[in-house]
Design a protein around this ligand. Structure first.
Ligand code: PA5
Length: 397
């Protein structure tokens, strides 16, 4: 991975940068002392059990339904979308549910599942998230109509807090397979916990992903330097970061980044608004705004050097894609939109694992530079309280 080619430095205010830079040791120390930093030293001793359960599921199911929302599922869907083929049907599809209350989606899903042997992995650290509980109860009913109590134990996998919450109680009571999300790792930082590794063990080499993740954690200096640049941009009025990929199957990865930064930084009236674009598609929509609109934005471009061979007019399409990317960066920088570039030679579970833990560092360092707690999300409670008032029957049952 080649980090941070910058087309930003001439835009930076050196006084602001210096004020942020001298906080390096303080920021590093804050993360070392944080009570939610379990993701820095992930414990993966659950892997043998994880593979055992995966093999059992593969022996009797045709697909896995993952039910989770926010940080509990997005990393998994991001990697799944990138590492499953575009057109050939996946040998073992993963279906993601629990992220909307769309009755159109759910009625089709429930209908589809009637004729399929499947298993469910319900993921919720608290075990009480409304969307997840609601959808899980509907899908569990389908399972109960197909399998007896003993069989059910092999079709339901609960991933939740190690010792408390309604899902932990259910797993203990019913004897379902279960995994734990450590108490010192929050949802959006849970990539190297069973919340993500269990579903991903069906579609990619998770050991490679783990190796990459551990490499990314070593990039402390580079992550701090990125954090300083982006926070400095914020204080200079560039309050939006646009994450840009030239790979169409990265859209969930960009959603994952948006969730990571949105929940980490958006507090106390501060934070950079993360948005995303897939090029060249979005050059023909928001591209106009980026080039000539309100100058509130800076961009982070992902560049992938190697793609599958595809000759058009005797030229490799990947080279054409990269040439266009360079041209767009120049055009946007000339329109006073500063840019950073992160290059990957290839997209593999290892390189994406490395990129992801690097981003955990960037997000938490940025949070400390904004003087907010990077590991909570108190604002999310506000909508939950409003929902509770209106859906009292659900919470009282
Ligand atoms: O990143 C986070 O911490 C949140 O997005 C949570 O993952 C999300 O709210 C779901 O919470 P839970 O896992 O308790 O269902």
């Amino acid at each position: 991975m080649k980090l941070l080619t910058t087309y930003m430095d001439s835009f930076l205010n050196s006084e602001i940068v210096e004020k942020l830079k001298i906080r390096k040791e303080e920021v590093f120390e804050k993360l070392t002392q944080a009570d939610m930093n379990g993701w820095l030293e992930p414990d993966i001793s659950f892997l043998p059990e994880l593979f055992k359960v995966r093999d059992d599921v593969l022996s009797h199911s045709q697909c896995l339904v993952v039910i989770g929302i926010g940080g509990s599922y997005l990393g998994s869907q991001a990697f799944y979308s990138i590492f499953t083929p575009h057109f050939t049907a996946s040998k073992f599809p993963i279906i993601y549910a629990g992220t909307t209350l769309s009755s159109n989606y759910m009625s089709e899903l429930l209908e589809y599942l009637k004729d399929v042997d499947f298993s469910v992995n319900v993921i919720s650290k608290s075990g009480s998230t409304m969307e997840v509980s609601l959808i899980y109860s509907a899908i569990k009913k389908v399972l109960e109509s197909k399998y007896d109590k003993e069989e059910l134990k092999r079709h339901i996998i609960i991933t939740t807090d190690a010792s408390c919450g309604p899902l932990r109680e259910e797993a203990l009571r019913e004897g379902y397979y279960s995994f734990s999300i450590p108490s010192n790792i929050g949802g959006r930082y849970s990539l190297l916990t069973p919340a993500h590794l269990f579903p991903l063990s069906f579609c990619l080499d998770i050991q490679q992903m783990i190796d990459g993740y551990l490499l990314g954690l070593q990039l402390k200096e580079e992550a701090f330097s990125y954090a300083v640049r982006r926070v400095s941009m914020f204080y200079q009025g560039k309050v939006v970061e646009n994450f840009v990929s030239y790979e169409s199957n990265w859209s969930y990865y960009l959603e994952w980044l948006k969730q990571l930064f949105g929940e980490t930084e958006g507090k106390d009236g501060k934070g950079i608004l993360p948005i995303s674009m897939i090029h060249t598609r979005d050059l023909h929509s928001l591209g106009q705004f980026v080039q000539e609109g309100n100058k509130i934005m800076f961009e982070t471009f992902f560049k992938v050097n190697q793609g599958k061979p595809c000759l058009i007019h005797g030229r490799e399409l990947q080279q054409i894609n990269l040439t266009v990317e360079d041209a767009v960066i120049s055009a946007h920088v000339s329109g006073r939109v500063p840019a950073l570039v992160i290059e990957l030679d290839q997209v593999t579970p290892k390189s994406l694992g490395e990129l992801s833990s690097f981003y955990f560092l960037v997000a938490s360092y940025s949070g400390y530079l904004f003087d907010i707690n990077p590991f909570n999300q108190p604002g999310v409670e506000v909508y939950k309280a409003e929902v509770k008032k209106r859906l009292g029957w659900f919470y009282e049952k």
